[in-house]
Design a protein around this ligand. Sequence first.
Ligand code: ADP
Ligand code: MG
Length: 801
Amino acid sequence: MKKYDENKSNRSKKSKHRLFKPRKKRNSEEDSAIQYLQGQYEQIVPENIDTFKDFPLSQKTLKGLKDNNYVKPTDIQRQAIGYALKGNDILGAAKTGSGKTLAFLIPILEQLFCKKWTRLDGVGALVISPTRELAYQIYEILRKIGQYHDFSAGLIIGGQNLKFEKKRMDQINILICTPGRLLQHMDENPLFDCSSLQILVLDEADRCLDMGFETTMNAIIENLPPKRQTLLFSATQTKSVKDLARLSLSFPTYIAPHEQTETVTPDSLQQSYIVCKVDEKVGILWSFIKNHLKQKVLVFMATCKQVKFMYELCCKLRPGVSLLALYGTLHQEKRERIYQEFCRKSNVVLFATDLASRGLDFPKINWVIQYDCPENVETYIHRAGRTARGFLGKGDGLLMLLPNEEIFVDDLRKSKIPINKISVDPSKVISPQRKIEALLSDNIELKQTAQRAFVSYLKSVFLMKNKDLFNVQLLDTDAYAKSLGLIIPPRIRFLQKLQVKNMFMNKLKEKDNVVEKLNSKFNAKTESDEFISEDEQVSNIPKMKTKKEQKTDANFNFHNFDDSEEEDFLHVKEKNVQLELIPLEIPKENKKKAKPVTKAAVAKKILKKKIKVNTTTKFTDDGEIIEDEKRDVKSELAKQFLSEDVGGLDIERAKEVLQEEDKFDKLRFREKVKAKHKEQKRKLKHKRMEEEGEKDDFGSQSESDGPDLSWLPDPNKVYDTGDHSDQHESDSEIIENRQKVINTDSEERYHRPTKRKLVVNRGISQDSVKPRKIKKVEDISAALTVDEAEALAMQLLYNKK
Ligand code: ADP
Ligand code: MG
């Protein structure tokens, strides 16, 4: 599967989006063929169509169909293709596995062919699917039947390389996508352009249009050109006027070839149900798997966490058949691999959520088990419809119901779904409970998975819209936990909170009764002191919490049941689940009171409190406020602008003001830079001066690294101190200091360079000292007589001693 392998897909970038053979030059022959085909559209009579050749289709499409063994059209194809070729909007409703995919893919190819669509024309057709797997499946069928056409097709689904998709968006003619990813491209990708869109198709249209996708779909539809052909297909088609209005369908043709049939599910689908207790489910499923090792089985469960647990548990229990699990929280690559594997294998069990319930055409499934009761009849139809597909497909469906869920069978029968009750032979049920307990005690991770599965199932039941059918209070939670191998049932926080709330609300109810009694008392009495005190008593209670307020609060507080781990679960079900607490119903007038908190309301509140929003106050370390200079305006224009108290914002004026302010900012900036440079220079100078004082000739800056000058004669002794200049004084001081330091580190001395050199470079060279002394002696001696000189010499010698 090229598209699903990211590495492969990168390697074969060209082949991926050039799905069909290179485009040949259109010639006049093709023009006349197109004209002929278009001329035939009005004469299509569905009843007269036996094979695809009877439709006025291009040779390229016919060849593609023939190559893939599509010879005779199915009912929905026979009826829908003709209308679609004529350019009508269509609402197509036909049973699961009845060939709806070709019913919209053939018209797409033909429409673009007749319009001589080229790569340069951009996106001509858009097919939206609710799941990635279904989008992939449609894309693969399009590749097969459209192989002789010269269009490019692209699969745009989440979990893929967005960058890779983005770059190629402008080359795509037929786009198969999921709603989220499509909107992402519409929002972020400048190369995405669907202004010339001709056909929009929604496969599983009712699902695409339901609450779960509502906002996304609305945004997508807004971005599409209104002048287009729209085709909607599903086994449970929407007839909602609101939906049709959203899509601005123009007089759509409703095509439902099976509307008059006795059943809404495929005739070759054998459907049955069993009723069992919640704690018997695991044992029954396990026994079923063990008894159907040579079959292809698809098991639907309510939540991702249940699927994960059941899959991991069964893997550990080793039933002797391949096991797979498919659910939304899996990584995309894994999802692809599992989808492929389940398509390929024949003896395999796949545990899945409703992710796999829509549209997927897994070949030759023998059994579809609905382990948990589906939330409505539509979901049942789609789940069961994964088997018994196509012309020859046969299959069995088994629905597992809890005793209180048996009423669902009535709904099914009312909806023309034939289903029979069967019973399970208890002797054939092998409960692996002991084994599960042992496994869980050994494996903490599996135990945690079990706990999560347990809670997620209870939550799913709790969140179901149909409260007559789903009642979490009726579940024997302890027994259910035990059946999952959990000896100690996990804490069900959301249920506990609910119970506490109920208790609290019951108490408040009682208080309300008191209030009512007191109120009636109040009405009966005349004004008196006694009344006043009672009135206080009365008014206090409802002020704290009235019954109505309590109920409203409870409704809001639902969101506080945030079992963070379970949050993703909340997305499993459709978003149209109306959250309401089981035991109490909220009267309409109360709902009105619980006004939604809008941004405007919050803003008003803030204004009332006179809180300045978006302001920053800086403080010094001492707690004094620092005025933010940056915010001060400098220019006259800005001052004038701020002083004008005019509502709204004059963009042009603001621009001018900003430009004016900009000039001051630039000046300020320049000054700052100058000051910075000045400071840097000053620092550098300072540093240099310091270095001058410290550095020796070898770059050593350390005091201890200084030269050993101990050998030098003491200049003070040599010179007469009174005659010395300042310079000499300071020099000798330095030398003395150095001597002191060096003498403390006797070892270092041996490694010092020659002392002479060092001193020379410090400007107090040995030469400069000794010769001076000699010179002085010479000078003096020159002025003396021989006797005087002799006497001086003698004195000097005496002194030396
Ligand atoms: P639906 O969308 O109605 O559930 P699909 O389009 O997935 O059904 O088709 C179900 C199966 O029927 C597929 O395996 C498909 O290949 C097969 N099929 C569809 N049309 C034809 C046909 N005209 N001839 C033979 N097989 C067909
Ligand atoms: Mg389909």
